[in-house]
Each structure stands twice: as structure tokens, then as C-alpha cells.
Design a protein around this ligand. Structure first.
Ligand code: F6P
Ligand code: MG
Length: 451
């Protein structure tokens, strides 16, 4: 295995600047303050609503929160030490222990600070500190600063969602007639729709992408060559290797877990995939995992999850609304489950999960297959390290393997493993931004039982 250094503060894509079809790059000095400034602005713009709901107390809370966030922005911009959390929430001890762990790794000469720490850590830390600023200021503690963007992403992709719902309805109607090969073909399509749904997260693209505007199914062919690793046949075999018979009399996995990423359009594509797995008799139960707090601009919280299903039910489109009711029934009848766990909003790499969140690890061990959506999950799976591109995915996981797992990820950060010799070099010469533009994707599978 190649030695792998932590990626330093790379060159992550900016929030919105798009230059000739790719993203312009800003350093951490620009990117995180930009997000913080937007958060401050959102809280400020919500002032009247806070006043209507909580009177003068709401206004005071708004001011105090903004003051804490401005202070943090200043700490960030002037590379001050990373501070311990103080809001008394359940995860504070774990966060503060992680800070000590960073300090030990770095040595005692200097404090752990914003620019001198691993990018993954400070990025997570910033989102947790936003939560702290709100928590310290009831009555607005529960305010989701990213809610506006997430709901907007849902509404802006309505056309594509309706097209997908009509497509899914068609599959439902024909399900009994499908041969094994036709079923595999449909599975591949919905897996890829969910994969490319990840292109549309708000922290990178500020929303709209062609994939969301047009018919996603029609776009799949032209996107195929951008999938750098495609292990979908191994995912399919895993789903079909169970000896248990599903409702349609075919082999079915007992349980598939989906570790969600973004709300808005991406979440709808994940729900479509989950719907297909159940209705095609490929899985009996789906367990979704979301975030316990607003995270990385667009990640799914319990509120986003329920809201999305309610909106789908309420849609003024026959098939969309029908599918929304079906999803609600799946939840009521114990076919679908939603979970959150504080580990998902901590900075830990997933190879730490067995030791640091054994209960979550044990939960995932019950799955026949775990799907990890998105870029941040990939960074945590691989430790966000500067791996040689040819290092095997299973090696980069460094022992993490509660169950057979698959990452569905569009590339937005400087880490990529499991490529063929020369593939990374070729991409770099053709398209220097290939690892961060969101243009490429991987479907990468690992089975701990067979490797
Ligand atoms: O690219 C910027 C960034 O914040 C990355 O750090 C992170 O991996 C990504 O956005 C979020 O992407 P996703 O929603 O796919 O996890
Ligand atoms: Mg995300």
C-alpha cells in the first residue's frame, strides 16, 4: 500500500463561480468564510420571522448568533486556534477529544489551527460551530440555516422529478413482465440516476444542473463515459445472492442501508432507487441514514426527509403524488426506516466507526448492502488521503467493512482510488479539474466477506 498523506487544504470548488464549464477554485481562506457570510446573511434576513415568533427575545437571539458567527469567521480568517465546543450537546466530548487527537498528531509546539489542520476536519468543525452558535441562542436553536436552499433545489427540479415519477410508474406497471436482464437494465438506470443526482449538491453548484432540468433517464447514455469505475454488476450480484425469496418470488436482500447525502433533487433520486429495490423484490427493508443537524449546506436531516415525502404526496401530478403516498406507506408499514446518528456529523474517518461508534457499526452490520452517497462520504471512507489512484478501494477503506458496500459518488474533492494504471495521469492531462468538477463519477464496491 502506498503511504498516504492527509490532503492539506487542496483547492475545493467555490460556491458558485463557474468558469468555462468547470468550477473556479478558491482556497479555504475564501471558501469557508463565503459559506459563513451566507449563513450570517440568511439569519439576518430571517429577523422579522424570529420577531413574529418570539418577539424581542428572537431579535436578541438573532444578534447574538450573528455575533458568534462573525467571531468565528474572524478566527478562521486569521488562522486562530481551533476552540473546544461548549454548547453541552451530546457530541461535545467526542468533538473535544478529536481536537486533542489532532493536537497529539501535530505535536505540542503549536495549537491546532484553521489553516494548519486537515481540510476534512476543519470543514466539519465549521458546520458544527454554526450549530453551536444557534444552540447557545434559544429560542432560535432549531433554525436550519440551509433550509431555504434545500427546498429551492426540490422545487427547481420539479420537471425532472415528474418525468422520473412517470418513468417509475411505468416500471411498476411492467414489473411482473420483466426478464432478469430487463430488471438489471432498470436497476442500472435508477442506480445511475441516484449517482448523478449527487452532482446537484448545493455546496458545489448552488443548484441547477442540466441533469435536473431535462429528463434524467435520457441523459444517462451521454454520461456513461464519465463513470470512471463501474462496479454495478457486483452490486447487482450482491442483491441477488441472498437465498431468501422476495415477494416476487425472486432472491431478495433482507436489508439495504442508504447513507444519504443531499436533500432536494438528490434525495428524490435516492428514494426512487429505494422504491425500485423494494418494488422489484430486490430488498425487503430499506434503512436510510441522515444527519442530526444541518450539514455541508445541503445534507438531509429528518425534517428534510419528511418534508420531501410530504411534498411529493402533495404534488399536482398524478404519478408523483401516487409515489409520494407509496413512500409514506413504506414508512408506516415498516418497509422503510429513517435513522440518524451523531457519528455522521463528526469529523471521523469511517475506519474509526467500529471503535468510536460501535452501535452504528453494529447497525450497518445488519445490512446485506450499504450504499454510501456522495463526495463527503467517499472522503470519509478513504480518509481523505492523497492516495495513489491505483490503490485498491478495499485498501483505502483500511478495515472498514461492516457489510458489502458501494460508494455512489461524483468527484468533488482531491481523492480517488481504484483506477487503472495510467487512468489518473490521462485524466489529469485531458482535464486538470477532473477530481473536483463534479463531472466524473464512480460506482465503487467492496465486499469484506470476499476480500
Ligand atoms: O467540494 C466542496 C465540498 O464541501 C467537499 O468538501 C465535500 O466533499 C463536498 O463539497 C460535498 O459534496 P457531497 O454533497 O457530494 O458530499
Ligand atoms: Mg452533501
Amino acid at each position: 500500500m502506498m503511504a498516504a498523506d492527509l490532503t492539506a487544504h487542496g483547492v475545493p470548488p467555490s460556491l458558485s463561480a463557474r468558469v468555462t464549464g468547470s468550477f473556479a477554485y478558491l482556497t479555504i481562506r475564501d471558501r469557508l468564510p463565503t459559506i459563513l457570510t451566507k449563513v450570517i446573511d440568511t439569519i439576518h434576513r430571517t429577523k422579522n420571522k424570529f420577531f413574529e415568533e418570539y418577539g424581542e427575545e428572537g431579535i436578541q437571539a438573532e444578534k447574538q448568533t450573528i455575533s458568534l458567527l462573525s467571531k468565528m469567521r474572524n478566527e478562521l480568517q486569521t488562522d486562530k486556534p481551533v476552540l473546544e465546543l461548549t454548547d453541552g450537546l451530546q457530541d461535545v466530548e467526542s468533538w473535544n477529544q478529536y481536537l486533542q487527537r489532532q493536537q497529539r498528531l501535530q505535536g505540542d509546539q503549536e495549537s491546532v489551527s484553521w489553516f494548519k489542520s486537515p481540510w476534512l476536519y476543519v470543514e466539519c468543525y465549521m458546520y458544527r460551530r454554526i450549530q453551536e452558535a444557534l444552540w447557545l441562542n434559544p429560542p432560535i436553536s432549531d433554525f436550519d440555516v440551509f433550509n431555504e436552499g434545500k427546498t429551492q433545489s426540490f422545487f427547481e427540479s420539479q420537471q425532472a422529478v415528474m418525468t422520473l415519477c412517470t418513468y417509475l410508474e411505468d416500471i411498476h406497471k411492467n414489473m411482473e413482465k420483466f426478464s432478469k436482464n430487463q430488471l438489471f437494465e432498470q436497476f442500472n438506470k435508477l442506480l445511475q440516476v441516484s449517482l448523478w443526482g449527487n452532482k446537484c449538491d448545493l455546496s458545489i453548484s448552488a443548484g441547477q444542473d442540466n441533469f435536473q432540468k431535462t429528463s434524467p433517464i435520457d441523459s444517462l447514455n451521454s454520461l456513461q463515459s464519465f463513470i470512471l469505475v463501474d462496479d454495478s454488476d457486483r452490486v447487482w450480484s450482491t442483491l441477488n445472492s441472498s437465498q431468501r425469496l422476495g415477494e416476487l418470488g425472486k432472491n431478495a436482500a433482507d436489508r439495504v442501508d442508504i447513507v444519504l447525502d443531499n436533500a432536494g433533487f438528490e434525495l428524490v433520486t435516492d428514494l426512487m432507487l429505494a422504491d425500485f429495490l423494494v418494488s422489484a423484490g430486490l430488498a425487503r427493508e430499506i434503512h436510510f441514514h441522515g444527519k442530526s443537524l444541518p450539514w455541508f449546506v445541503s445534507d438531509v436531516t429528518a425534517n428534510d426527509f419528511q418534508w420531501t415525502i410530504r411534498q411529493t404526496m402533495a404534488a399536482n401530478h398524478k404519478w408523483m403524488s401516487k409515489i409520494g403516498y407509496q413512500w409514506q406507506n413504506y414508512l408506516k408499514e415498516g418497509v422503510w426506516f429513517y435513522h440518524d446518528h451523531l457519528f455522521w456529523t463528526q469529523p471521523h474517518e469511517f475506519c474509526d466507526m467500529a471503535a468510536d461508534a460501535p452501535d452504528l457499526y453494529a447497525t450497518l452490520q445488519k445490512a446485506d448492502l450499504v450504499l454510501f452517497k456522495g463526495d463527503l462520504n467517499y472522503r470519509k471512507l478513504t480518509g481523505d488521503r492523497d492516495w495513489d489512484h491505483t490503490v485498491a478501494f478495499s485498501s483505502a477503506l483500511r478495515g472498514f467493512g461492516p457489510a458489502p458496500l458501494c460508494s455512489l459518488r461524483t468527484l468533488k474533492a482531491n481523492v480517488q482510488v481504484g483506477l487503472q494504471p495510467g487512468q489518473g495521469e490521462k485524466l489529469t492531462s485531458q482535464d486538470p479539474a477532473w477530481m473536483t468538477s463534479g463531472k466524473y463519477a464512480v460506482i465503487q464496491f467492496h465486499n469484506p466477506k470476499s476480500e
